[in-house]
Structures are given as C-alpha cells and as structure tokens.
Design a protein around this ligand. Structure first.
Ligand SMILES: [Zn+2]
Length: 569
C-alpha cells in the first residue's frame, strides 16, 4: 500500500464553472483518487475554492453582498455541485481560511528572511473619494483605441487592446464613479523568482517523466525573453491575507494583501490542515518530509493555463523556504475543451455549466463522456452529436445492455440467484485470458494517468463481456444443456461485479447500482481475474436492476443544442 496526495487546481469563487473547467482538473483528479483507493492505497484528495482577489470583490459588490458572505455562499454552491458530480474530495477547503492566512504569512516571512523578497516602490492610481489605491480592474474609462466607453484599466473588452489605467480617457473609479484620481507612490513586495531560476530549472529538468505539455510551458516561462521575472506578490485590496502582520520583516504594507496567486496554491497545504482540524487527522505526514511525507507521491491536476504557477511560482515558494515541505512529483496538465465549434463562454452563457448539466442528466453520463474525451494531447470539442452517440453506444448499448440481458435471462430461467452446475470450457478460458490482458492494460493506463486510453480499455472490457454473451448464447444452450447455461450465467453475473469495481473511477453511481443488484459490497480489485469471476458463488441472490443508462433521443439532443447555444446574460 502506497500513500498518494492528489490536488486539483482550485476553482475561483466567482460563479459556477463550465464542463471544460471540470474536465481540466477536478474530474481527472477524482478519477485517479478513486482508482488508487480501489487498488487499496491510502489517498488524500484535496481541493478548495480560491476566494481572494479583485474579481471576488467585484462580484460581491455587484450582488450587493459583503465579500466574505458572498464567498461563503458561493463555496456552498460549488461544494453542492461537486457532490452532484461525485467528486470524492477528502476535504474541500477555502483559501480564505484562518489556516491559509497563517501559512501564507509564514511563507512570506521565511522567504523574506532568506532574502527572496524585495520591496518595490511604484506609482499607482489612487482614488481620493474612495480613500484607496485602485487595482487596474477598478478603473474604467474610454478606450483610446476604439472609443468604447467602459474599457477597464487592464484591457478593453471591445477591441481587446491591453491597456494601462493612465491610457484611459476620462478614467473613473468603478467603486464610487469618482473621477478624482491621481498617481501616488505605493510599495509592493516582489518574490525574487529570478534568483531561484537555476534551482527551478534543475528541478524541472529532473522531471523526465512529466507530460511535454507541462514541461514545455514551464521552460518557456523560464527561458523566453529575459527569463523568469520577479513577481509582485501584494495588491492594494482589503479582501485577502494581510501583507502587514505581527512579525513581518518589513513595514509600511498596511492595507495591502498578498496577491491571490501567492496564497492560492498554499491553500493545498492549508486545506489539509483544515481537514486535520476537522477530523483529528495528521496533516504533516502528507506535507512535511521530516514528519512522514517522504514516502508520499504527490500528483497535481490542472488546465494548461495554471501550469506556470504550479511549475514555477509555487515551487519557488516551497524551495525558497528551505523548509522540508513536500514538492509535487507529477503534474498532469490538460488542454482546453471547446464547445460546439467555439469556446465555452461564461459571460455569454455559451456551453453547458456544471449546475445545468446535472439538471438534464445524472453525473455518470457527463463523467463518462468528459473523461473518455479528455483534452490530453490536444484541445478537444464537445458536440451534442458526439455526446449522444457516446452515451447511447458505450453506456446504454454496451454496458447497460449486458447487465440487463444477463440478469433478465437468469431471472426468467433460474430465478434471482446465481444458478448451480456446469463447468467452464474453452470459450470461458479465452475470455479470462483476454480480460486478464485488458485489466493489466487498464491498470497501466490509470497508473500513467492516461485518461482516454484507460477509458478505451475499460470500454473494450465491457465489449468483451457482450461478445462472450453473444457467442455463448445461454438462451439457446439452455434448451439442450441447462447446466452449461447455468455456468455461463454464473460467470456473466460475476462479470457485473467485476465491471462495477473496474468502472467505479469513471461512473461511481452505476457501480453502486450494479453492486446493489448483485447484493454484494465486495469491491476488491480483480488482481486475479479468474478468482474474481468466481467471487459470487452459486446460490448467491441478486436482483434485476432498473435500466442502468437510458438513451438520449434526437429530440432531446436538438433541444439542448438550442438551449445552450449562448444567451445566459
Ligand atoms: Zn477598445
């Protein structure tokens, strides 16, 4: 038994995520966590909401709510949707927790003591009416490029030109509308990533087994242009981890907080502390190599846009601390999932969002499609035709049909218990050989975190059972050799349990349904396929389940196509 720490990129608090976000981090992390637990390993799977920063403040203001209340509410909303998708976090934390505040301040202090933080004085827009410095997104004005009147301080949404707040014509505060703005000097803390470049480079180079997508992004940031730049880690905001605190080795940072990208990854550790505080567990044996974490394997899952922060910024924090924290062992990154000929768009409501998906179909349907089409080697695309085909063929025709056929046949000829008699012949021996090979391949792909390949192999394992049933034809055999038909039915009913166990990482609800139908709680992994096909003995009672997966009709597909084309706002 090994120990595995798994984290998925933490979703930002503002709003409900779409299916592309889900398949790029949380869902494959859940797949891996469920697989490792199924193999008997000890797993700690951590996720959280990323709650600090300007967008949270703005969203709360728009909703007319206090930002802390807003985050608490949205955390509950995201947690509920995560439960709906059966994401099996050991803990779903919050980056605004007391634990994260303390740990973020600890890292900042240690980094400063190690000479890795420098103070930088720069000029920034100050609003006299609001009595505060304004982040770029808090300033709006007319775009000097296209004349759009609501261009933001960092970018014009109309012509996409990157802007500086000083470029805007008639700039004003988003908070108060005041135009009484002036440039004032302000101080910020910078993490000296440039001083860490060689150490980070050496560490990345040692990861020969990482996906190219991960290492190529890391190396680009390390080496392109002037190389890795120092990064501002504070902002003029009130919502966040205060940058001035007791024991801070700097002064004059009152009213500033740490930048959200500094504190968010630290929340992986802090969320494990939250878990420990809640359960009485020991967080340090997962994170401190001097306290038991030296034998932990740590895997992170994320979309490609998050790779720079996880290969460079967060490791710079960890390595720069010179403390024995656990570093990531493997980063699995994903490309983007596109939606029906374009991109998902939160602002235009284009594509399917997590809450909407669960309103129209149970989570297994989505889990299966998303994972079996995960954007691993390239971007992939969701289309309703493909979704319909995949659900109807893989889930309904192959797996669902197998379960339905053999349970109904056995019930009608032998009653609802595994029938007695008969022996296995060549056909059964051939099936055992094929399944053994395929199960080993499936394990290999899962160990390698090759999500699509694992899905393909699992489907092939389902197909093998259907083909066996088709060629063995117990309904015909029964007429002349009922004992032989009994042996075939017994094997096929045991296959349902085997399918339930193997399929659990992908479609956990169907697994529960199959195990309940077979009236067993035996989730033991089929290390020995032959033994697994004899696990349920003759005389063991079962029930015939309701339809495992229903088909998606053409009419539904067309309705959904129109409904999710984009008009949410
Ligand atoms: Zn413009």
């Amino acid at each position: 038994m090994a120990r595995h720490l798994i984290t998925s990129a933490i979703p930002y608090i503002n709003g409900i995520k779409h299916l592309g976000n889900l398949v790029g981090s949380q869902l494959p992390a859940d797949l891996f966590a469920r697989y490792l637990r199924g193999r008997g390993h000890e797993v700690m799977y951590i996720c959280a909401t990323d709650e600090h920063g300007t967008p949270a403040e703005l969203a709360a203001a728009k909703a007319g709510k206090d930002v802390a209340d807003y985050c608490a509410e949205m955390h509950d909303v995201q947690a509920e949707i995560a439960r709906g998708f059966r994401l099996s976090f050991d803990h779903f934390g919050r980056s605004s927790s007391a634990q994260n505040r303390a740990l973020t301040q600890h890292f900042a202090r240690v980094l400063a003591e190690n000479g890795l933080i420098r103070e930088v004085t720069e000029k920034q827009m100050y609003s006299v009416a609001d009595g505060r410095f304004l982040p770029d997104r808090y300033i709006e004005g007319t775009c000097p490029n296209c004349g759009y009147e609501s261009a933001r301080g960092d970018q014009c949404d109309n012509c996409t030109k990157q802007l500086d707040p000083v470029d805007l014509i008639n700039p004003h505060s988003v908070i108060s509308g005041s135009t009484e703005l002036e440039m004032r000097e302000t101080k910020h803390l910078f993490l000296r990533q440039s001083a860490m470049k060689d150490k980070l480079s050496e560490w990345i180079d040692s990861k020969a087994d990482w996906p190219v997508l991960t290492t190529s992004i890391a190396k680009k940031w390390l080496n392109d242009g002037d190389g890795l730049q120092d990064r501002g880690i504070t902002r003029d905001l009130s919502w966040g981890v205060p940058a001035q605190f007791d024991g801070a080795p700097w002064q004059g940072m009152e009213g500033k907080v740490f930048y959200v990208w500094f504190d968010a990854p630290i929340e992986y550790i802090a969320a494990t502390q939250e878990w420990a505080d809640k359960t009485g567990g020991d967080w340090a044996r997962w994170w401190r190599t001097d306290k038991g974490a030296e034998d932990v394997t740590y895997t992170q899952f994320m979309g490609k846009d998050n790779v720079p922060f996880h290969t460079l910024s967060f490791p710079a924090t960890i390595l720069g601390s010179d403390e024995p924290w656990k570093l990531v062992d493997y980063i699995k990154s994903f490309n983007y999932l596109n939606y029906d000929g374009g991109q998902f768009s939160t602002s235009r409501g284009r594509g399917v969002f997590m809450d909407q998906a669960l309103e129209i179909l149970p989570s297994d349907y989505w889990r299966w499609w998303l994972l079996s089409h995960a954007p691993e080697s390239a971007d992939s695309e969701f289309t309703w035709e493909n979704f319909q085909t995949s659900v109807n063929k893989d889930l309904a025709d192959v797996l669902g049909n197998f379960v339905s056929r053999i349970t109904k046949f056995t019930r009608s000829k032998f009653g609802e218990a595994l029938p007695e008699g008969g022996t296995w012949g060549e056909r059964e021996e051939a099936l055992i050989v094929e399944l053994t090979t395929r199960v080993r391949e499936y394990e290999r792909h899962m160990d390698d975190k090759e999500v699509r390949k694992a899905a393909t192999e699992l489907r092939a394992i389902w197909v093998a059972g259907n083909e066996y049933l088709q060629s063995a034809a117990p309904w015909t055999v029964f007429k002349t050799e009922p004992e032989q038909a009994a042996a075939q039915a017994r094997l096929a009913l045991n296959l349902i349990r085997l399918y339930a166990v193997l399929s659990a990482p992908f479609i956990p609800d169907a697994t529960d349904t199959m195990l309940a139908a077979m009236q067993t709680e035996d989730r033991s992994w089929p290390t020995d396929v032959r033994a697994a096909l004899e696990a349920l003995p003759a005389g063991h009672a079962f029930t015939t389940p309701e339809v495992l997966f229903r088909k998606i009709t053409d009419e539904e597909r067309e309705d959904w196509q129109v409904r999710f084309a984009g008009k949410r706002e």
